[in-house]
Design a protein around this ligand. Structure first.
Ligand SMILES: NC(=O)C1=CN([C@@H]2O[C@H](COP(=O)(O)OP(=O)(O)OC[C@H]3O[C@@H](n4cnc5c(N)ncnc54)[C@H](O)[C@@H]3O)[C@@H](O)[C@H]2O)C=CC1
Ligand SMILES: N[C@@H](CC=O)C(=O)O
Length: 360
């Protein structure tokens, strides 16, 4: 083993958090695993803590099976991480309160690796507080899981800028669940049935309206825009939602029974796209600091049309990619790719902390 061990705390044991635990378990006897010590793992119902190191598989068994009755526990990952050494918090929740504490964590010297977009993809103030905290304390904010579930999107944008390029525009399909839905929606099954399947496969947010309303994509284009040098506010992104008002006003527990409200409007949009020889794709577009997000009819020759499954497909125009964009495509949702991206960040953060950065 080379160099000091990083202490790791994990929040969340859902689709992504469990995949993180499984990957950590696979690494346990390897040199990679020996660089990390899981000292805390929690969901809203149970917190497991051991300064000597938790067994990831034991956590993966116990956390999801914790009793569901009672109030949410008081979680204190920072206390478990202690006051010294390399400390890394992994956020695999979709929790706004957790996201709002990331800047404070970073200020306290704790690195953060997050899959949750609610920290960097909501208010500009919060994004700036994170950026400032990293600069002030030399801590790192690992965000590669937030857009494209680890696809080299943020990395490519940062490298282009580091090399002197100005980013001119970014367009793309950047929701894994919506990509999957519109790759499968051919009229043979109601749209609502496909939404349930996408949710059961772990592609959607805990509440699928976050995806269908375009809010998840708003957060992603904000994260990309801010990384590309456009410090824009959330309300500078125009979002066209797929969620009818009647579905939008329901409580989360009522949504499933009313998903059929999506069926007729989506069937009509599909018919209209087909009549023009086009397909439906949910697209985000950013140009010189202005962004919009919504469903579009794309013809088969369009640069964003291709791919399959949960594939994201994002085109980036910059000084060096002026006419033909750089196009990055690959799976943009799912437990395994997202967990891998989070743990890539963890390894990079540790390597940065010991002054031996890994290859990009
Ligand atoms: N599912 C996917 O393909 C991808 C998900 N993400 C992001 O990853 C995050 C997690 O997504 P999923 O695992 O699909 O959600 P999930 O709903 O399956 O799991 C969320 C977990 O967070 C826990 N949690 C909520 N608040 C907490 C708190 N304050 N402290 C500790 N645990 C807490 C819940 O108990 C649950 O275990 C979300 O922010 C999502 O946007 C990002 C990329 C891809
Ligand atoms: N719900 C998201 C998951 C990844 O960020 C998506 O569909 O892309």
């Amino acid at each position: 083993m080379s160099g000091p061990v990083a202490k790791v705390a994990l929040l969340g044991s859902g689709t992504v958090g469990l995949a993180v635990l499984r990957r950590l378990a696979e690494w346990q006897e390897s040199p990679r695993g020996q660089q990390l010590r899981l000292v805390y793992a929690a969901n809203t119902r149970l917190a497991l803590r051991d300064a000597a190191g938790l067994d990831p598989l034991d956590c993966a068994n116990r956390l999801p099976n914790a009793p569901r009755n009672g109030a949410a526990i008081q979680s204190d990952p920072l206390a478990a991480l202690g006051k010294d050494g390399i400390r890394i918090l992994i956020d695999a929740t979709a929790d706004a309160a957790t996201a709002s504490r990331h800047a404070a964590c970073l200020s306290a010297g704790v690195h953060v690796a997050t899959a949750c977009k609610l920290a960097a993809g909501t208010s500009l103030d919060q994004w700036q507080a994170i950026d400032d905290a990293c600069k002030r304390t030399s801590t790192g904010f690992g965000d590669r899981a937030t857009v494209g579930a680890g696809l080299p999107l943020l990395r490519s944008i940062r490298e282009l800028r580091a090399g002197g390029d100005h980013i001119h525009a970014i367009s793309g399909v950047m929701s894994g669940s919506l990509a999957w839905l519109f790759h499968h929606f051919d009229g043979s099954r109601p749209f609502s049935e496909l939404v349930r399947e996408a949710r059961d496969k772990g592609f959607t947010e805990p509440d699928p309206r976050e995806d269908l309303s375009g809010e998840d994509v708003r957060r992603k284009i904000l994260i990309l825009a801010r990384s590309a040098g456009f410090a824009i506010e959330s309300d500078q992104v125009e979002v066209r939602s797929l969620v009818p008002a009647e579905l939008a006003r329901l409580s989360p527990g009522e949504v499933d029974a009313s998903l059929h409200l999506l069926d007729a409007p989506l069937a009509s949009l599909l018919a209209s796209a087909r009549a023009e020889g086009c397909s439906l794709r949910f697209v985000a577009r950013l140009k010189e600091g202005k962004a919009r997000v919504g469903l579009e009819k794309l013809c088969p020759l369009d640069a964003l049309h291709g791919g399959g499954g949960t594939d994201n497909r994002v085109a980036i125009w910059s000084d060096r990619y002026r006419d033909q964009p750089l196009v990055i495509q690959g799976p943009g949702a799912g437990a395994e790719v997202t967990a891998a991206a989070l743990l890539d960040d963890v390894l990079h953060l540790r390597a940065m902390a010991i002054g031996r950065p890994l290859a990009a």
